[in-house]
Write a protein that binds this ligand. Structure first.
Ligand SMILES: *Cc1c(COP(=O)(O)O)cnc(C)c1O
Length: 392
């Protein structure tokens, strides 16, 4: 088992699993059991009313999911983590316990498409008003708050322009009004940023991306204090969007290599972003690790690595399409954070449903291409981008 002084790479391998408790199994086993039987009625009653700790039914608690939650909490440095069936389930699971009809949420612009949809189409039906701040700046968020604001919701870094929210400043705004600060940190991850230490109340992440890293699991995590996550878990037990134990076992394996993979994403991302910035056919590169990025100074303060997501402008939709279609090693797809590199045009994938005028306002130009740099050899990825750009 992992101890309190261990660093992230050690916790990622050992936390949440004690071989001695599982017949010496080196790898956490999968408890693929919906139900658990008790030795007698008295024991079952004690488990049901919380006098004894143990397992009764997997919607309430499953040993493999519980182990994965412990591993992730150790990696995040969080008191507690609740795992969900997907990142979107985690986002709704972090918001729902704290909102009633009549409440308001202030949200920063440029959110993940699924979240924008949840805010536009689902929460309003329950009598919850979403007020949009005009920018990511804490002042703009403060200006949108009213006495009914129960939560501030933000994402950092954002997709696809990798803008950053100043979490310490936003936390001060939230605390002033007694609102919760809920942040989607999927694009950062615990190796690159520590939102909970900057005053974020609940950190939500899609583990489908960097944390699992192998594009074979969908899942989401809510991390935070025991007091807040207890409410999150209670609603999850009632509503049912739990993680499956098979997914949890794969996630434990994914998280074990997360620090190793992320260090590679960071190194290759920085290198490829620098290379793209010097390419004559590229008008502009968006990467927080480059000194001309508008949030570079904040990135140096708030992050320790800048990840594998890069976007760059090829000048026109036609040129962007040619580059995307001519790469050999980059899969044409919209996800991110996996071991394999992906390429897409945000204008026709993640931001397809956004009106062109609004897209232009957001800085999502027709020539914009986004890449998720995988763990392949960076020289091979650069050579591939080079030949694609030459043909474009
Ligand atoms: C992918 C993603 C989500 C949604 O996660 P799913 O696991 O696909 O439900 C939420 N936020 C961000 C930033 C994402 O990249």
């Amino acid at each position: 088992m992992s101890g309190a002084g261990d660093r992230i790479a050690t916790r990622a391998v050992h936390a949440g699993h004690d071989p001695a408790a599982h017949q010496g199994a080196a790898v956490p086993p999968t408890y693929a059991s919906a139900t658990f039987v008790a030795s007698d009625t008295e024991t079952l009653e004690a488990l049901n009313d919380g006098r004894a700790r143990g397992f009764v039914y997997s919607r309430v608690r499953n040993p493999t999911v519980f182990a994965a939650e412990q591993r992730l909490a150790a990696v995040e440095g969080a008191e507690s983590v609740v795992l969900f069936a997907s990142g979107m389930a985690a986002i709704s699971g972090a918001l729902m316990p704290f909102l009633r009809a009549g409440d308001e949420v202030v949200a920063t612009p440029d959110l993940y498409g699924g979240t924008a949809r949840l805010f536009a189409e689902v929460l309003p039906l329950q009598g919850i008003t979403i007020r949009w701040a005009d920018s990511l700046a804490p002042d703009a968020v403060a200006a949108a708050m009213t006495p009914a604001t129960k939560a501030i919701y933000a994402e950092t870094p954002t997709n696809p322009l990798l803008r950053l929210v100043d979490l310490a400043a936003l936390s001060a705004v939230a605390k002033r009004q007694g609102a919760l600060l809920i942040v989607d940190g999927t694009l950062g991850g615990p190796l690159n940023q520590d939102p909970l230490s900057l005053g974020v109340d609940l950190l939500v992440q899609s583990v489908s991306k960097y944390l699992n890293g192998h594009a074979d699991v969908l899942g989401g995590a809510v991390a935070g204090s025991r007091a807040l996550t207890r409410k999150v878990r209670s609603l999850q037990q009632a509503a049912g969007a739990i993680m499956d134990p098979h997914a949890a076992q794969l996630l434990m394996r994914g998280v074990a290599t997360y620090p190793l993979r992320m260090a590679r994403h960071n190194a290759s991302g920085q290198r490829i972003a620098g290379w793209l910035a010097g390419h004559p056919k590229i008008a502009r590169v968006h990467y927080p690790g480059l000194s001309d990025h508008p949030d570079h100074a904040l990135a140096l303060r708030q992050m320790t690595g800048f990840g594998g997501l890069i976007s760059f402008d090829c000048g026109s939709d036609a040129a962007a399409r040619r580059v995307v279609d001519r790469t050999r090693l980059f899969g044409i797809g919209a996800s991110l954070g996996g071991i394999e590199s992906l390429i897409s045009q945000p204008g026709n994938t993640s931001h397809h449903s956004v009106q062109p005028a609004r897209r232009a306002e957001m800085g999502i130009t027709p020539g914009l291409v986004r890449i998720s740099v995988g763990i392949e050899d960076a020289d091979d990825l650069i050579a591939d981008l080079e030949q694609a750009l030459e043909q474009a």
